[in-house]
Ligand binder design. Structure first.
Ligand SMILES: *[C@@H]1O[C@H](CO)[C@@H](O)[C@H](O)[C@H]1NC(C)=O
Ligand SMILES: *[C@@H]1O[C@H](CO)[C@@H](O)[C@H](O)[C@H]1NC(C)=O
Ligand SMILES: *[C@@H]1O[C@H](CO)[C@@H](O)[C@H](O)[C@H]1NC(C)=O
Ligand SMILES: *[C@@H]1O[C@H](CO)[C@@H](O)[C@H](O)[C@H]1NC(C)=O
Ligand SMILES: *[C@@H]1O[C@H](CO)[C@@H](O)[C@H](O)[C@H]1NC(C)=O
Ligand SMILES: [Zn+2]
Length: 468
């Protein structure tokens, strides 16, 4: 053996021996290993209150089925289809959704109102002729903070293989009568309740042509100065079964974007420099949804996906993200592409098309429960803390956080923390009714968040601190 190689091998063996002695066994070193006590206590997920428990028990698979069947009965809901025919086309669907939502609002003592905001979309991508785009919006006004709002939506337009085909049957049972049924069923149940913040139950149009309805809505809310602190998009939430036989009836995917599309390059640089890529508002909303909705009332596992949407796809939550609002998308675990965006047909004995026979109404009801748990918990909690900063002016083992105190946070504030490589908050440090706190934990090794607590026990999503 040449001497050089021999020496090299000997040094490799030596290096390996050194590593073998010093590298701990495989596994993760967590802050708990470094600080056995760690400040605070382990995070225990928020529990639903009695009112929410009752509301979720009222979600009805039969009503959801009836809503989806009715939406399918309009033949096509293509955004380009007839808007004046009383029985076929998107206009008939729009009018039925609005009329149905008004029957729910009738039980709200005037707190829920139903509007059909519209605009004329001039010819554009996938819109050959000027087209009226109409959303149906049932707004349940918050009792104490009406300008703080949460949105739950589905899109009521549908399509076949050719997105500009305005006449052929486009049942759109899963995509997205299922999502509309979630929003409508929640509107029906929430109408008789009094959330502190406003909730908007929405069916948008123009999704398949290019997110036109949601873009119009998000821009309108932004222009009106509405403080939208969360948007839940339900799109393709109709079936837990894939065409390979995979079946996950207790699972739902929740897509949550990382770096917000509204951030400037300076803001992105700041976020990346402190390791904040996984702590955008959409991810905090996702963590909140997972915390409050994974329980025996929903039986569901909520799987947060660290991306805005599936590959090559998009959805109405993106219109909200583009306006700077936190938003996530729910989609079933195993999509069957034969039943999406397809002409209804049988080919070689295989059924194509988005038919109602492929929808599982109990599954949609469980997805509605996930949304209901999230919406009620969001609207009853104080809002997400604003302008949260962390002091980075000196090198210290302590971490000092500041925020703008909110009178709605009548139960004070909590600092949350987790190891930087953990997906969910693991620890809670209650700090009381203050707008600043110093904790004995070095910011280099953890991610921090601040959340607001209500006297009623509800806790807000966390806000991530930037250097102040
Ligand atoms: C829409 O339907 C109405 C009623 O059936 C009909 O009078 C009208 O011509 C249709 N419009 C278009 C553009 O097809
Ligand atoms: C657009 O308008 C043209 C003429 O005005 C008409 O021929 C065509 O069918 C329309 N397209 C759709 C999708 O309605
Ligand atoms: C947060 O900071 C921004 C920018 O300094 C300011 O415009 C805004 O009013 C602050 N928000 C609150 C709630 O104080
Ligand atoms: C900071 O913590 C380290 C242990 O993690 C300790 O060795 C050091 O003395 C502390 N520094 C101060 C200023 O407390
Ligand atoms: C660190 O924080 C603890 C608890 O708030 C406090 O007692 C201590 O004085 C702080 N140390 C420094 C160096 O700020
Ligand atoms: Zn869709």
């Amino acid at each position: 053996m040449p001497r050089v190689l021999h020496v090299l091998l000997a040094s490799l063996v030596l290096t390996h021996q050194i590593f073998a002695q010093t590298i701990p066994p495989p596994g993760r070193c967590t802050p708990a290993d470094i600080w056995p006590q760690g400040p605070g206590h382990a995070l225990v997920p928020q529990r639903p209150d009695a009112e929410l428990t009752k509301m979720l028990s009222q979600i009805s698979p039969e009503r959801i089925q009836a809503t989806i069947a009715k939406l399918v009965s309009f033949g096509t809901r293509s955004t380009l289809s007839n808007q004046t025919d009383p029985v076929r086309g998107i206009g008939a669907a729009r009018d039925w959704i609005a009329a149905e939502m008004r029957t729910y609002a009738a039980a709200s003592n005037g707190r829920m109102t139903v509007d059909v905001p519209s605009y004329v979309q001039q010819p554009a991508n996938r819109i050959p002729n000027a087209t009226v785009i109409s959303n149906v919006v049932a707004t349940l006004r918050g009792t104490t903070e009406p300008n703080r709002a949460y949105v739950v939506s589905g899109h009521y337009d549908s399509r076949v293989s050719d997105v500009q085909n305005a006449v052929d049957d486009a049942p759109g049972a899963d995509d997205d009568a299922s999502g509309v049924a979630v929003a409508m069923e929640l509107a029906r149940i929430f109408a008789t309740h009094k959330p502190a913040a406003t909730i908007m139950f929405v069916a948008v149009a123009g999704e398949e042509q290019g997110l036109y309805g949601s873009d119009f809505m998000a821009k309108s809310l932004k222009a009106a100065g509405v403080d939208v602190q969360g948007m839940l998009n339900n799109d393709i939430v109709g079936s837990p079964t894939g065409d390979d036989g995979s079946h996950s009836p207790l699972d739902i995917r929740m897509f949550a974007q990382g770096i917000p599309p509204t951030e400037t390059s300076a803001q992105i640089n700041s976020r990346v420099s402190i390791g904040g890529e996984n702590d955008a508002p959409a991810r905090q909303l996702g963590r909140f949804v997972a915390e409050v909705s994974q329980n025996p009332l929903t039986s569901m596992n909520v799987h947060m996906m660290y991306r805005p949407d599936r590959y090559l796809r998009g959805g109405d939550h993106m219109s909200f993200l583009k306006q700077g609002f936190p938003a996530v998308r729910f989609t079933e675990p195993h999509e069957d592409f034969k039943h999406q965006h397809q002409d209804v047909r049988v080919e070689n004995g295989v059924q194509f098309g988005d038919l109602i026979e492929f929808v599982d109404f109990d599954y949609v009801a469980r997805v509605a429960r996930v949304n209901g748990a999230a919406l009620w918990s969001l609207a009853q909690a104080p809002g997400t803390p604003k302008n949260v900063t962390i002091d980075t002016s000196v090198l210290t083992n302590n971490s000092t956080l500041k925020w703008v105190a909110d009178s709605a946070a009548d139960g004070g504030y909590e600092i949350l923390w987790r190891a930087t490589d953990e997906p969910f908050w693991s620890h809670v440090i209650p700090v009381g009714q203050v707008n600043m706190a110093t904790v004995q934990l070095i910011k280099d090794n953890v991610e921090f968040g601040v959340r607001a607590v209500g006297k009623n026990g509800f806790k807000s999503p966390a806000a991530f601190p930037f250097p102040g």
